[in-house]
Ligand binder design. Structure first.
Ligand code: FCB
Length: 441
């Protein structure tokens, strides 16, 4: 019997994802740059600096993406460059982004543009950032300028990257700017981000009727540490609801669910044309009365789990399938807007990539419309609080010399894209240890 290939649909989008701050370099005019300058925020005192120097040389990495056969790329535009002062827009910044998008098109790569990926212009941060409801009309106006300037080359828009991560890391865990632990502020920021999404959704459609607009949602699986403990089950369910469900409910059903809020949010209803999944890993959760700020859950990894570099998380491909199946209930097209692993020596990534894509494939077999996959990320880049210590790239970079080296996984991704699927030969070449799991018998 011939062995199976896990084929993807013929028009499937194969891409990588990046964000402006992490790759462009010298984004000095936003809250993250300021955050970096303060002692103790970034591991080993690392700095984003020139990052991957995309502001000057993105096209060279687009060549590399094209060489790997990618037909899609997700990038973000930097609000603080486009609107360096409130109300003053910089056409030269928009021109640079036009050139980047055109360069992608010329290489047969379809861009998806994210409007907000974690960073805020300093002037916005100084007025209270997303705690200030003025952020909503300001974002709306900024979105309009971007779509007017870039709409010729793009109609696939991602309004906001991971609102739940912005809230959790910036207003609960104190690790992203503004570094607060303030539950009320956290929930207010969460609601304002989703209101801004809805406002931008409408604005973009007004300017570009054919636009497809969504947002990138980080789903983390929370499983009870002891499934027989009602308290563990309860806290895992709370965390799941707060982190994974409330943000989506707002823009699908037009409802605020606790703890994000309570009552109707009717103007937010049905403001998604597609939904993006950023999936990385899962936690197990145990009840712990000291962990009030995390809804009384203590999160950790199972003892026998295989961990990624720096203890970033457990390798848990099943979570990809579980997350996609949840989102499939929305009956919208789904993009995997991010998925990847920090793995500087690339000994786990080939297996990670194959097993996670195999899960995507399984979900597609169930007739769920997963239409594209953007691997995080093309080239190692500045990984927020982890600095340069975590390496997510298919391509390795030396930030000092800017030299690039293809990792084996880059060729693996190229081969998968070429085959438009995972063939037995690919498994044998890149991750023979999982052959018996994926190709039993
Ligand atoms: C996601 C972020 C992205 C990157 C990856 C590793 O949460 O959206 O910018 O940092 O994690």
């Amino acid at each position: 019997m011939p062995e199976a290939t896990f084929y993807f649909p013929p028009d499937f989008k194969w891409g990588t994802a990046t964000s402006s701050y992490q790759v462009e370099g010298n984004n000095t005019n936003n809250d993250w740059w300021a955050w970096e300058q303060e002692e103790g925020h970034i591991k080993e005192g690392h700095r984003s600096g020139l990052a991957c120097n995309w502001w000057e040389r993105a096209e060279e990495d687009f060549d590399r993406a094209a060489e790997l056969g990618q037909n899609a790329h997700r990038l973000s535009v930097e609000w603080s460059r486009i609107e360096p002062e409130e109300g003053r827009f910089d056409d030269s910044a928009l021109d640079r982004y036009r050139a980047m998008l055109q360069a992608l098109r010329e290489r047969g790569i379809e861009p998806m543009v994210t409007l907000h990926h974690f960073t805020n212009p300093l002037w916005l941060a100084e007025m209270g950032g997303w705690e200030n409801p003025r952020a909503i009309p300001l974002f709306d106006r900024y979105a309009a300028r971007v779509v007017e300037a870039l709409g010729e080359f793009c109609d696939l828009w991602c309004t906001i990257n991971e609102p739940n991560v912005v809230v959790f890391l910036g207003y609960v865990m104190e690790v992203f700017p503004p570094g607060k632990q303030d539950f009320r502020a956290a929930m207010g920021v969460g609601r304002n981000l989703m209101r801004a999404h809805a406002a931008a959704y409408r604005r973009i459609h007004e300017l570009q009727p054919q636009a497809r607009v969504g947002f990138a949602h980080n789903i983390r699986i929370f499983d009870p540490a002891n499934p027989r403990s009602p308290l563990d089950r309860r806290v895992a369910a709370w965390q799941n609801r707060a982190y994974n469900e409330t943000f989506v409910a707002a823009v699908i059903r037009g409802r605020w669910l606790p703890p994000l809020g309570l009552g109707w949010a009717l103007r937010l209803r049905n403001t998604l044309d597609w939904v993006g999944l950023n999936y990385y890993t899962r936690d197990v959760v145990a009840f712990d009365r000291r962990m009030g700020h995390q809804l009384f859950g203590r999160n950790f990894h199972p003892e026998d789990a295989e961990l990624m570099d720096g203890g970033y998380g457990e390798l848990y491909p099943e979570g990809m399938e579980r997350s996609l199946r949840r989102l499939a209930r929305l009956r919208l097209p789904i993009y995997v807007t991010e998925n990847g692993i920090p793995d500087s020596d690339d000994d786990q990534r080939p297996r990670y990539l194959i097993t996670h894509l195999h899960r995507v494939w399984r979900v597609i077999q169930g007739c769920h419309p997963v239409v594209g996959y953007y691997h995080w990320t093309l080239v190692d880049n500045f990984e927020w609080v982890e600095g340069w210590t975590l390496r997510f790239g298919l391509i390795e970079i030396d930030p000092e010399t800017q030299a690039r080296t293809f990792r084996r996984s880059a060729y693996l991704y190229r081969d998968i894209i070429r085959a438009n699927g995972i063939t037995p030969q690919i498994i044998d070449e890149y991750a023979p240890e999982i052959r018996s799991v994926l190709l039993p018998g």
